[in-house]
Design a protein. Structure first.
Length: 258
């Protein structure tokens, strides 16, 4: 099944429901991190309608091809690498599958997600299917405005990252927007493709689990320049860079600006 890119699996079971060569309409998110913070999406859940192509139904298929199969409970959408190994996953709810023919080659999946997966995550997954990043700063090649996709893949991936170290170095040369900061801090802590938060709350949670960090922030002036925009928060206007420094300070992180 080397042509398979995605697979559906019932939560916490070993059984694969459906494998797919490709699908459209899943990676549709287009919000920037600035939009997420300034105008949070309060929709309780997003219903997706996803055409399926190259579908391969498991032997345990319990539905008829001409009727929707409604799956009770949560489902995981796995992303597979070229060897057929799962490298990441998304949680789905309220999944319904309808096949267009008995052979199950094409069909449609409807599912609810908390937030639409980002459109720019798909090309990152395609690259990581060949192999995970092995060098720092590979995300620099992604244009600003699309780096949210890299952060999302880092968050949902299952690649091995290096163990946490108390003293880390953040290469700040590419920190020109919020997504770039989360790319950089993730790799500073966990190596290429690493994850260390995708928003300020997640950053706070990650820092809380990593006490006594000594952070050497190289080329801090780049972030000082590009993250000077003030967001309208409940506490009033505050620069993004000041929010980041506040998170670090609140967690007891020692920061050396270089």
């Amino acid at each position: 099944m080397t042509d398979v890119k995605y697979a559906l699996r019932e939560f916490r079971t070993s059984g694969c429901i459906l494998a797919m060569a490709d699908m459209d309409g899943f990676f549709i998110g287009d919000r920037s991190f600035y939009e997420d913070y300034e105008c949070p999406d309060e929709t309780p859940g997003h219903r997706l309608s996803v055409p399926l192509r190259g579908a391969q139904v498991s032997h345990g298929w319990r539905g008829r091809w001409d009727e929707p199969w409604r799956i009770a409970g949560d489902v995981q959408l796995e992303i597979w690498d070229r060897s057929g190994r799962s490298i990441g996953e998304y949680d789905l709810m309220g999944v319904e599958i309808t096949l267009a023919s008995p052979d199950g080659d094409v069909g449609e999946m409807q599912a609810t997600v908390s937030l639409p997966p980002h459109a720019w995550a798909k090309p990152v997954w395609e690259a990581w299917r060949v192999g995970p990043p092995v060098q720092l700063n590979q995300w620099w090649d992604i244009p600003v405005g699309q780096r949210e996709g890299w952060v999302e893949v880092a968050q949902h991936s299952m690649i091995a990252t290096r163990p946490h170290r108390e003293e880390i170095v953040l290469d700040g040369r590419g920190v020109v927007d919020l997504a770039s900061f989360f790319c950089a801090i993730g790799e500073a802590v966990h190596g290429p493709g690493g994850y260390f938060g995708s928003n300020f709350m997640a950053l706070h949670d990650c820092l809380r689990c990593r006490p006594s960090i000594l952070l050497h922030w190289q080329d801090y002036a780049v972030a000082e320049e590009h993250l000077s925009h003030s967001g309208d928060l409940e506490e009033g206007p505050m620069r993004w860079i000041d929010i980041i420094m506040g998170c670090l300070s609140a967690a007891g992180t020692r920061v050396v600006l270089e």
